[in-house]
Design a protein around this ligand. Structure first.
Ligand SMILES: *Cc1c(COP(=O)(O)O)cnc(C)c1O
Length: 382
């Protein structure tokens, strides 16, 4: 693998929505400090990280808190669906893509009464159908994805949150890929629990899962009998509240890196950051148009995290992906109905406009080379 000469020197540029290009300052934080993870330094780190996280979330740090689990984003979702939802609760999952469907699958394991408002992938959430489902069923918990990563669609969390709140239902939001990149007013949306992870828009390494909720919401979990041990949210809350510790061995290096990335986000400032990420995503869409490529989500609201682009029909996805790898770029393709039909260009992590332009130059080279090879094969046959 040929290392490319750029400010963030690495073997590959990761244009996928996690893992992401990690900034060198975050990389160096990983090994910045050695200490025993049951010493007071862990408490300082946890306290600092929690405060930074809540500041990025834009919530009142007296009312809200966050717990940090070792695991990927799914473990945050599973911890909420298994331990913040009582067995006999009715759960309404609203989905319009791969990650929403996964929430429904996880919920069904723990909660017999799981009902869904199903949409096609890439279809806008229909608020009328949501309201209808809420009045049909006696719903205790509403669950949905903020940024549906499988398409790039941004879902109407605030509107659904208002509907859930009117019905007295709790509201769980999977913001695993969107947190810190797409605007979300957590308090106004009446979010009970929000999940995210260290390795997506936050821009650090994968391996930490985060659950944000109000103190009231966490405290209420204390009266339930746990349905699992490691992912029991209340244990994390209790340990954090009582002695600012984690119940099990914390992934210390990942916490150091995560905290550095949160500090960098706060140093840039959320408004400037949101604007920069929106500009990068708009730049990708402009470049796609320059190359006559069609994007999947054609109108606002759409995410600043990634752009899904349809692959021209004459080009085989796997060859396209491999050829881009040879140019040093890693991209992901589509799943479900978009399998082999699209690719995604994600612009979170250490990515700038110049890198996006380099990517589209490589893409043009790859298109040209693949089509020339196809023509050569055809004329050899003829
Ligand atoms: C990535 C992602 C997840 C969780 O994925 P992990 O592989 O467990 O980190 C969940 N929801 C959404 C919306 C995601 O983008």
């Amino acid at each position: 693998v040929q290392a490319k000469n750029r400010p963030f020197e690495r073997s590959f540029d990761l244009l996928c929505p996690g893992p992401v290009n990690v900034h060198p300052q975050i990389a160096s934080a990983l090994t910045s400090f050695e200490f025993g993870h049951r010493e007071e330094e862990l408490s300082w780190l946890l306290d600092d990280m929690r405060r930074n996280f809540l500041a990025v979330a834009g919530v009142d740090s007296d009312r809200y808190t966050a717990v940090f689990l070792t695991g990927s984003g799914t473990s945050a979702n599973e911890s909420v669906l298994a331990t913040a939802v009582a067995e006999d609760d009715t759960v309404l999952v609203i989905h319009n893509g791969e990650f929403g469907e996964r929430l429904a699958r996880i919920s069904r394991i723990y909660n017999e009464r799981t009902v869904c408002v199903r949409h096609d992938w890439g279809e806008r959430i229909d608020l009328e159908r949501v309201a209808e489902a809420l009045s049909q069923h006696d719903v205790d918990v509403v669950v949905m994805v903020h940024h549906e990563t499988s398409t790039g669609m941004l879902n109407p969390v605030e509107e659904v949150g208002r509907l859930a709140h009117e019905k007295g239902a709790r509201f769980v939001v999977d913001a695993v890929s969107s947190f810190s990149a797409d605007t979300l007013d957590i308090e106004r949306a009446h979010v009970t629990f929000l999940t995210t992870s260290s390795g997506k828009a936050i821009g650090s390494y994968p391996g930490l899962a985060i659950v944000l909720g109000s103190h009231d919401a966490f405290r209420r979990l204390g009266s339930r009998s746990p349905r699992c041990h490691y992912l029991d949210l209340y244990r994390y809350y209790e340990f954090a509240e009582n002695n600012v510790q984690t119940p099990n061995t914390p992934a210390l290096p990942l916490m150091l890196a995560l905290n550095r990335s949160l500090e960098m986000i706060l140093a840039e400032g959320m408004p400037a950051r949101l604007e920069r990420l929106a500009r990068l995503a708009a730049h990708v869409r402009r470049r796609a148009r320059d190359h006559d490529l069609e994007v999947v989500v054609k109108s606002e609201p759409r995410s600043s995290v990634l752009t899904s682009i349809l692959l021209p029909d004459d080009l085989p996805f796997e060859q396209f992906r491999q050829a881009l790898r040879e140019h040093g770029f890693v991209i992901y393709g589509g799943k479900g109905p978009y399998e082999d039909r699209m690719f995604q260009v994600s612009t979170i992590g250490a990515i700038d406009i110049g890198l996006i332009d380099d990517f589209f130059t490589a893409l043009a080279d790859v298109f040209f080379a693949l089509r020339r090879a196809q023509r050569a094969r055809r004329s050899a046959v003829a």
